[in-house]
Design a protein around this ligand. Sequence first.
Ligand code: THU
Length: 129
Amino acid sequence: MVQVLIEVADNTRANAHVPYSGYHVGAALLTEEGEVFGGCNVENASYGISICAERTAYVKAISEGARDFVAIAVVTDDGGAPCGACRQFMCEFGLDTVVILADKNGKYSMTSVRKLLPQAFDASSLSKK
Ligand code: THU
């Protein structure tokens, strides 16, 4: 399954709209039901409204009714890790989601949202009085 996710992420990466950074990112998010949602980064001339590949994949999945996520593969040229905003966004939907970080040659490492975001601020933080 790891290889499938990397392949979907890499294929989706080809659709990245990156006229400003030139940094193509692709993601593939696997649900408990076995569905896979791809996402790429989509930049904008108003830089700040650009969206990362990971969040594209989550938003696509969530808007189709998915809620439980097993793993996400992220492919970049250099195997780069998700930005802080994406770590926070992913944490909302599960700290145990496996994160596969792959480079353009298919070399990969595996981690998790929990490891990428220690001492996460999530829904449980708001219930502590
Ligand atoms: N980018 C992602 O898609 N995911 C990340 O987690 C890191 C950054 C994108 C945003 C922007 O389009 C480009 O990479 C350079 O920052």
